[in-house]
Design a protein around this ligand. Structure first.
Ligand SMILES: Nc1ncnc2c1ncn2[C@@H]1O[C@H](COP(=O)(O)OP(=O)(O)OP(=O)(O)O)[C@@H](O)[C@H]1O
Length: 233
């Protein structure tokens, strides 16, 4: 069943009398529970696409439907509700709050959503129960990224949006993070959308979307994606 639908979506940026179409008439749909990789060179429009899907921005034209709801015309307050209820974010540089402990960083989510899952349970899910009371600076990069995934999962989102989630990690640690994300799709039916420059990660995707100059160049479904263990870069 399709959980995401973009129909002729355009996002135009205007500066002075110059207009730039960061996304230009983009249409695609994604099925629930899939592991999706969006590939494309710098400036292709990947972050713009992820921001629109995450309700951090609205399209200039076109329609975006997520989980049966048209999110293209929501007010700022409605978008905040949509973000809290439907999507989780994982970023390249983790975005943890340095003055809060691991537990507090994840528990924070319960302040923005009614359906938050138990913070300790989510930290256990990413294998870091021994670090509940550590501060982010006391953890390795891979551990910090696992905490940011625990925080995203604590919102119990249907969709996890990841912008270069392994971009700051070595290959071995990156594979561990990808394994964790893949497990979220396979075991919990989450839809995982990863934006990356890294062609190797695309080998483990159910669906690969290639973007260039604001347009979709191709959408490929892969029947037999690789396991995370088989990927390296
Ligand atoms: N806020 C903005 N104002 C003006 N132009 C923007 C803005 N955000 C993005 N753009 C432009 O839109 C285009 C697409 O940018 P986007 O960040 O989506 O690309 P990207 O594929 O994510 O690139 P990267 O891989 O380098 O992050 C680029 O030409 C960029 O300069």
């Amino acid at each position: 069943m399709s959980i995401v639908q973009f129909e002729n979506v355009t996002r135009t940026y205007t500066s002075g009398d110059h207009e730039l179409k960061a996304l230009d008439q983009v249409s695609f749909s994604l099925d629930e529970g899939k592991f999706v990789v969006i590939l494309g060179p710098s400036g292709a429009g990947k972050s713009t696409l992820l921001n629109l899907l995450g309700g951090l921005d609205s399209p200039t034209e076109g329609k975006i439907t997520v989980n049966g709801r048209d999110i293209s015309t929501l007010s700022d307050n409605e978008l905040a509700d949509y973000r809290a209820a439907t999507v989780g974010f994982v970023f390249q540089f983790y975005n943890l709050i340095p003055t809060l402990t691991v537990y507090e960083n994840v528990e924070l989510v319960s302040m923005i959503t009614k359906n938050a899952l138990d913070a300790k349970q989510m930290i256990a899910e990413v294998g870091l129960s021994d670090h509940l009371h550590n501060f982010p600076s006391e953890l390795s990069g891979g551990e910090q990224q696992r905490i940011s995934i625990a925080r995203a999962l604590a919102k119990n989102p249907k969709i996890l949006l990841c912008d270069e989630p392994t971009g700051a990690l070595d290959s071995e640690t990156g594979v561990m993070i990808l394994k964790l994300l893949l497990g979220m799709a396979r075991d919990y039916g989450k839809t995982i959308v990863i934006v990356t420059h890294n062609q190797s990660i695309a080998k483990m995707a159910d669906v690969v979307i290639r973007v260039k100059n604001g347009k979709i160049r191709s959408i490929n479904e892969q029947e037999n994606p690789l396991n995370a263990d088989e990927v390296e870069w």
